[in-house]
Design a protein around this ligand. Structure first.
Ligand code: SF4
Length: 69
């Protein structure tokens, strides 16, 4: 699975970094950025899905094959 983070939408709730700290880091203001290129190991998909679903502003988006151009 591959994800992308729209930082313009992020509102700094920090849930993503709580659920999947390996993939999201927060800056001093609590805004998230992606660690790495968005490729998620299969073993971590559950954590990342939880982050995705818990983000109140839907700033984390799963990229499907069709979008990934
Ligand atoms: S959960 Fe969403 S709004 Fe909160 S820090 Fe992560 S990306 Fe930003």
């Amino acid at each position: 699975m591959k994800i992308r983070l729209d930082r313009t939408m992020c509102d700094g709730f920090g849930f993503c970094a709580k659920h999947a700290p390996k993939y999201f880091s927060l800056d001093d203001w609590g805004y998230a950025s992606l660690t790495g290129d968005g490729t998620v190991d299969e073993a971590d998909e559950r954590d990342v899905m939880r982050a995705l679903l818990d983000c109140p502003v839907h700033a984390i988006i799963e990229i499907t094959e069709d979008d990934d151009q």
